[in-house]
Design a protein around this ligand. Structure first.
Ligand SMILES: [Zn+2]
Length: 121
C-alpha cells in the first residue's frame, strides 16, 4: 500500500518518470537524441529528469570550459567540466552530484519516499 501512495505522489510531481514494478527501478519514458550534435561523445538518460546527460568535447560544441570535456544536464542546462572521458562518464551517471536542480529533485523524491513509508508504519 505504501508503494502505491508513493507512486501516486511521484506521478504528480514527476509525470515523466514511470516505475518499473518488476525490478523496482525507475525507468524513463521519453527519450531525446543528442548524438547528432557537434562534439557529442556519449549520453545517458538522467533518471531524475527523463532527459539526457550528455558528454561533449567542449571546444567542438562551442562551449567555453576549463577542461577538454563537459557533461551537460540537458534538462537544466547546467554543466561540469572534466579532464577525461572516464571522469566525464562518472559525472554523466549522476547529475545530482553537480547539478543543483537535479540535487533538489533527488532530495524531494527521497523526502516523499520517507514520508510515504512513515505514514503506513
Ligand atoms: Zn539537472
Amino acid at each position: 500500500m505504501e508503494r502505491d501512495l508513493f507512486r501516486e505522489e511521484l506521478d504528480l510531481l514527476f509525470p515523466h518518470i514511470v516505475e518499473d514494478l518488476e525490478n523496482g527501478e525507475f525507468i524513463v519514458s521519453n527519450r531525446k537524441p543528442f548524438n547528432d550534435r557537434a562534439g557529442y561523445v556519449a549520453s545517458k538518460i538522467n533518471q531524475l529528469t527523463g532527459i539526457a546527460n550528455v558528454i561533449y568535447v567542449a571546444s567542438e560544441a562551442g562551449i567555453d570550459a576549463s577542461s577538454r570535456y563537459v557533461t551537460v544536464c540537458e534538462a537544466h542546462h547546467l554543466m561540469i567540466a572534466s579532464t577525461s572521458i572516464p571522469n566525464a562518464r562518472i559525472d554523466m551517471k549522476d547529475a545530482s552530484q553537480w547539478c543543483a536542480e537535479c540535487q533538489k529533485i533527488r532530495h524531494d523524491a527521497e523526502y516523499l519516499k520517507e514520508v510515504a513509508t512513515r505514514r503506513w508504519q
